[in-house]
Design a protein around this ligand. Structure first.
Ligand code: FAD
Ligand code: NAP
Length: 567
């Protein structure tokens, strides 16, 4: 057990935490990253299941902050697989010498703001404390798996795996009877892979997803040259776009073109294989149900063609929600898998899953004997990871316990710009609720956030701020804007993790800012240019230790003065 003092603590060593460390070091800050996993990589460290790959094209789903990095790295596939993305993040860690700044197997459990010392104390499972005036939570939006509350889940005597905590040594499906519970993006990737060798795969589907063929392929030398020759321009256009990737959106309604033109446009993008491009085919697909219906009709017909058997198709073609208001997936051979003799669709709407037994699964209609169950049941997304920690901000009045982030977000997941939270000074969240996050290319969304946060930290240091906090008014105004935008879309009716609906008791709200990455970027720039009018600032000297005193304390650059030794 020890107490470690730094200028900045960052929690999480995924894309966000690694980039935050790069930026902090460039600013000369003494920063440390705390990561509960045994290695870096975040999402791409934990989700090692067969078939895992990105659904944003590799050329876009990567860092843009360093031209040399993007020129030297060679993506081998249009949609990179998990091993390649993890290798890329390892390359980034080596290239920028990040490893010595990351404490692995360090599970953060609490963070408390000290209003007198004006600093955060971050507590870990091992009893260590990391103290710093600034704290960045880069803990991820899809980093806490949702373990379903299925009766008997602990009784199963076969192999039980969760897709988001997949064994590093891999899993052997050969000849086994395997049930995959869940047909979101993850289940859709695992099912065809398992079917290649398993004796039988039971695809346990409750809500069908919309999925498009990825048309994944190896990238050629010509692809590399085309993209790398124009990378700065591609990245610039991505930043100004709605979804954070180059999408050549047509600025016209799906309803103002003829049926033939519409069909041709859907067909063109469908044959290319990109959910982002498909969702941007017309400018009203997520705001107008009639427009959305045209896209649904097109995709429904393709799904039926791919599945073949009309009875199975009737069950896997989604209904009851608008396309893209739940994640629009991409797949490699998912629907065709139902043509295989060893794959059985179990429609849980017709035969609800009643229990997991010692030997398999019981539905309302039958007992299914199994060797293996794979949970691909999703995540307590966006706010879930932070809600599980005991994060205490400023006390409402002296002597009282600090405000709890969990309690605040249990009422409503409010934030200022998706980055800071009123009541939680000097705390920054990467891709928090109310930011574009998963509605966009996340690499770009993360870069956008980390850059805003590090520029803000730099600005505060220059001005001599000890404490910065968004005002209640600024937060309320942002929350109102986020809601106004989502109310104008079809997302508000979605029942999925996009709105918190997949987790019992979670407040229902669209968790993303749907105004687009480009307009969001403009809003961040506006805030910076205006000197951050949304923030309340407290300079050193007016509260807490005076700046000159503080400088002479052991608070800065004093890794060597840490009390205790880290295990
Ligand atoms: P993460 O990668 O989740 O990293 C957060 C880290 O914080 C984790 O390593 C976690 O262990 C650590 N952590 C959390 N809590 C604690 C704690 N209490 N103490 C210590 N450490 C902690 N997005 C896209 O844009 N395109 C895609 O194609 C795409 N594919 C995805 C595929 C899968 C299977 C999943 C699950 C998500 C995908 N995403 C995709 C979203 C993906 O999460 C982001 O793109 C991105 O990788 C997130 O990076 P991050 O650093 O913000 O969070
Ligand atoms: P998800 O989209 O939330 O899907 C979870 C699935 O599990 C749903 O089909 C859900 O059905 C089902 N489920 C949950 N609890 C259940 C229960 N008790 N009984 C039966 N079924 C249950 O989660 P995910 O597939 O892990 O994807 C989450 C997100 O991660 C994606 O939306 C995407 O952003 C990202 N991701 C991306 C990729 C990629 O292609 N790059 C791959 C994986 C993940 P209901 O909907 O009926 O609850």
């Amino acid at each position: 057990m020890g107490i470690f003092r730094h200028e900045l603590v960052i929690v999480g060593a995924g894309v966000g935490g690694l980039y935050a460390l790069i930026r902090a070091r460039r600013q000369g800050l003494d920063a440390v990253v705390l990561e509960r996993g045994s290695d870096i990589g975040g999402t791409w460290y934990w989700n090692r299941y067969p078939g895992a790959r990105c659904d944003v094209e590799s050329f876009d789903y990567s860092f843009s902050f360093d031209e040399e990095l993007q020129q030297e790295w060679v993506w081998t596939e249009k949609y990179a697989g998990q091993p390649e993305i993890l290798a890329y993040l390892h390359h980034v860690a080596e290239r920028y010498g990040l490893r010595d700044g990351v404490r692995l197997q360090t599970n953060v459990q609490s963070a408390r703001w000290d209003e007198d010392a004006l600093e955060w104390t971050v507590g870990t499972e091992d009893g260590d404390e990391y103290v710093a005036p600034m704290l960045i939570m880069a803990t991820g939006v899809l980093s806490t798996p949702k373990i379903p509350d299925i009766p008997g889940i602990d009784d199963f005597r076969g192999e039980l795996y969760n897709s988001a905590n997949w064994p590093a040594e891999g899993v052997d499906f050969a000849g086994k009877r395997v049930a995959v519970i869940g047909t979101g993006s993850t289940g859709i990737q695992i099912i065809p892979e398992a079917a290649k060798t398993a004796g039988r795969v039971y695809a346990m589907q409750r809500t069908p997803s919309y999925s498009l063929p990825a048309h994944n392929r190896p990238l050629t030398e010509a692809d590399q040259q085309r993209v790398k020759g124009a990378y700065p321009d591609i990245r610039k256009r991505a930043r100004a776009s709605m979804l954070g990737a180059f999408t050549d959106t047509f600025d016209r309604s799906a309803l103002e073109v003829t049926a033939e033109e519409r069909e041709a446009e859907y067909r063109r993008i469908y044959d290319y294989g990109s959910p982002m491009r498909f969702a941007s085919a017309f400018n009203d697909l997520i705001t107008d149900d009639e427009a959305n219906r045209t896209a649904r009709d097109f995709v429904d017909a393709r799904i039926a063609e791919r599945v073949g058997d009309p009875e199975i198709a009737a069950r896997v073609v989604p209904n009851g929600y608008a396309l893209a208001t739940r994640r629009l997936c991409i797949d490699t051979g998912y629907y065709e898998t139902y043509r295989r003799e060893n794959v059985t669709l179990v429609d849980l709407r017709e035969e609800p899953l009643e229990a997991i037994t010692e030997t398999g699964i019981r539905t309302a209609k039958r007992e299914i004997e199994l060797d293996m169950i794979v949970l691909a049941t999703g995540f307590d997304a966006v706010t879930g990871t932070l809600r599980r920690l005991d994060i205490r901000g400023a006390a409402p009045s002296p002597g009282e316990e600090g405000l709890s982030l969990r309690e605040k977000w249990d009422l409503s997941p409010d934030s200022w710009l998706g980055i800071m939270v009123h009541g939680f000074p000097n705390l920054f969240v990467v891709t928090g609720p109310g930011s574009p996050s998963v509605s966009a290319n996340m690499f770009l969304a993360i870069e956008q956030h980390v850059e805003f946060i590090s520029d803000l930290i730099e600005d505060s240091r220059r001005r001599g701020d000890a404490r910065i906090e968004p005002s209640a008014e600024a937060e309320a105004a942002w929350v109102a804007h986020v809601r106004e935008v989502s109310d104008g879309t079809l997302f508000k009716d979605a029942t999925s993790w996009y709105t918190g609906a997949n987790v019992a008791g979670k407040p229902r709200a669209v968790l993303q800012y749907l105004g687009g990455v480009g307009p969001y970027d403009d809003r961040l720039r506006e805030e910076e240019r205006a000197g951050y009018p949304g923030l309340e600032r407290t300079p050193w000297g007016s509260r807490g230790p005076r700046a000159e005193d503080r400088g002479s304390e052991d608070h800065r650059n004093d890794k060597h003065r840490n009390e205790g030794v880290h295990a």
